[in-house]
Design a protein around this ligand. Structure first.
Ligand SMILES: Nc1nc2c(c(=O)[nH]1)N[C@@H](CN(C=O)c1ccc(C(=O)N[C@@H](CCC(=O)O)C(=O)O)cc1)CN2
Length: 281
């Protein structure tokens, strides 16, 4: 039987528990605080940041969006992030990606203090994750693990195929899956005969950024398919990487876009902000 995995519903359910955790922290004089740094005004980033702000406000977090013009220098941005690192009222810092071309993303990400790096992108937190000793983990990857857990889809001994090797999704998800006893294959743009690999997946995850990229002939019957893509199709509709109508005829379970991985990314970000703030109690 086919199962639609609703990230929206799972995030909603878990949010209630988070609200109680925030109340508990408030009773101890702590309000978790999150600072999001946004450079420029790209349409998608504006939407993602707005969604983050809405969730944070619903939970009663101390949320602040700090905007910089597209032309900000790398030096100015780094100095500002460093000031947040030293600000005792700030628990968590997130720099919305991507950044404009003239700014070295790696340098900026490395500036965020590992203790406040709510995205889990700093080399220290990445290292902990790959040593199977995770501290703060990247939100999309963490959100996917929660989605599977909440849907009673186990990973032990499963063949997980991840298409896409970005630092934001593919690589950290590879580590999390390995840490949870899956057999992991990482596929990417240079992979040969992708279809023969994706067809072996018990759990197939696509984080490629191309509409209609995964079709039914690439999926094993009954497989779980997780769609991380956020693309616009020819009619300017928001779609994932997976051709939903086609693939739902063979998959056992699937996430939709919108309403799948996206809301879980935001929920995980809130969960981790709260976890960091707990260290102040
Ligand atoms: N610093 C970071 N930058 C980026 C990350 C990240 O984890 N940290 N990930 C992506 C974008 N992303 C998070 O910021 C993100 C993507 C999608 C959604 C979301 O809510 N999607 C909705 C649909 C939204 C829409 O209408 O377009 C859904 O899927 O239902 C939230 C966050 C890149 N940058």
């Amino acid at each position: 039987m086919f199962k639609l995995i609703s990230g929206k519903a799972i995030a909603q359910k878990r949010q209630e528990n988070l609200r109680l955790e925030v109340e508990n922290l408030n009773a101890n004089g702590v309000t978790p605080s999150l600072r999001v740094v946004l450079v420029g005004n790209s349409g998608p980033s504006e939407i993602y940041v707005r969604n983050k702000a809405r969730r944070a406000k619903e939970l009663g977090l101390d949320f602040n969006l700090i905007r910089f013009d597209e032309t900000v220098s790398e030096k100015e941005l780094i100095e500002f992030i460093d000031s947040l690192n030293h600000d005792k009222t700030v628990d968590a810092i997130l720099v919305q990606l991507p950044l404009p071309q003239h700014i070295n993303e790696e340098k900026v990400v490395q500036t965020v203090s590992p203790n406040k790096d709510v995205d889990g992108f700093s080399p220290i937190n990445f290292g902990y994750l790959w040593q199977n000793n995770p501290n703060i983990i990247p939100s999309t990857a963490g959100g996917i693990m929660t989605l599977l857990e909440e849907s009673d889809i186990t990973t032990t001994a499963k063949h997980v195929v991840i298409v896409g090797r970005s630092n934001i999704v593919g690589r950290p998800l590879g580590a999390l899956m390995l840490n949870s006893d899956a057999t992991v294959t990482m596929a990417h743009s240079k992979t040969k005969d992708l279809k023969s690999i994706t067809k072996q997946a018990d759990i197939l995850i696509s984080a490629v950024g191309k509409a209609h990229f995964i079709t039914a002939d690439m999926v094993k019957k009954g497989a779980t398919v997780i769609d991380v893509g956020m693309n616009r199709d020819e009619n300017d509709r928001l779609v994932g990487d997976v051709d939903f109508d086609d693939v739902s005829s063979v998959a056992g379970a699937m996430t939709p876009v919108p309403g799948g991985v996206g809301p879980m990314t935001i929920l995980t970000l809130m969960e981790q902000t709260i976890e960091i703030a707990k260290k102040r109690v």
